[in-house]
Design a protein around this ligand. Structure first.
Ligand SMILES: [Zn+2]
Length: 234
């Protein structure tokens, strides 16, 4: 067997071993986080994005001006625990492109965006549920949230210099002051909430009534996913 044929054969075997497995009963797509395929395809000059499953993208690879404050990668969240190995905003490509358009429009008006959470692996959803088994605050993992599908983003507005603006409550504030229907707030706060909502909805995102920071992209139904993103090279 010549060397070229041998290489193709080995690569073919690695592709077969590394293929995503679809679990029909749960409709969860599992991707290997390590293994022969990954070690073969990783090259020194690849960006972190190249290690993600097909159809997913790192938001900052698409738009490096999007600011991150990924709270589940720190203890600064409502369960006071670090749940992600590192803070990255991973989204389905179509969702990330819609968010890029939102950002471009806001930037023209002198604003920016800061992101608190994007794709959330299903095992992390389970951890949150174990801590807070209350469907008012955490989506049950059996159902799965839009974050578990890579189709939701939690974010706030900033000024042109990146300073977060007053939105009335902090992130993950569970109370009616965070509702879109709550209007007993300063006029500037109401205007900022309305601006974020208008810009997001124009690009296909939908709001939910109880969280001013949460938007889901619902033009397509995506499967639940459970891969963890790599932290090398960031
Ligand atoms: Zn959310």
């Amino acid at each position: 067997m010549n060397v070229q044929v041998f290489k193709i054969l080995v690569f073919g075997i690695a592709l077969y071993i590394g293929r995503p497995t679809i679990y029909a009963d749960e409709s969860i797509t599992r991707f290997p986080v390590s293994g022969p395929l990954q070690s073969m395809v990783l090259e020194k000059d690849m960006t972190p994005n190249d290690t993600l499953p097909r159809g997913w993208i790192d938001m900052q690879v698409l738009d490096s001006d999007v600011q991150l404050d990924i709270r589940y990668a720190t203890p600064n969240n409502f369960v006071n625990e670090v749940l992600y190995p590192c803070g990255r905003c991973i989204l389905r490509e179509q969702v990330a492109k819609a968010l890029e358009s939102v950002h471009a429009s806001l930037r023209e008006q002198g604003f920016g965006i800061k992101v608190f959470d994007c794709y959330r692996p299903l095992p992390v959803q389970q951890k949150l549920w174990n801590k807070v088994p209350d469907a008012r605050y955490v989506t049950p993992p059996a159902k799965g949230s839009m974050h578990n599908r890579g189709a939701a983003v939690d974010l706030t507005l900033t000024d042109a210099k990146g300073n977060p603006l007053d939105m009335g409550t902090g992130y993950d504030f569970f109370g009616e002051e965070a509702y879109h229907t709550y209007t007993d707030l300063p006029e500037e706060v109401l205007q900022m909430r309305a601006l974020l909502r208008k810009e997001m909805e124009e690009q296909g995102f939908k709001h939910i009534r109880t969280e001013w920071w949460h938007y889901s992209f619902q033009e397509q139904q995506y499967d639940l996913a459970d891969f963890l993103w790599p932290c090398d090279g960031i």
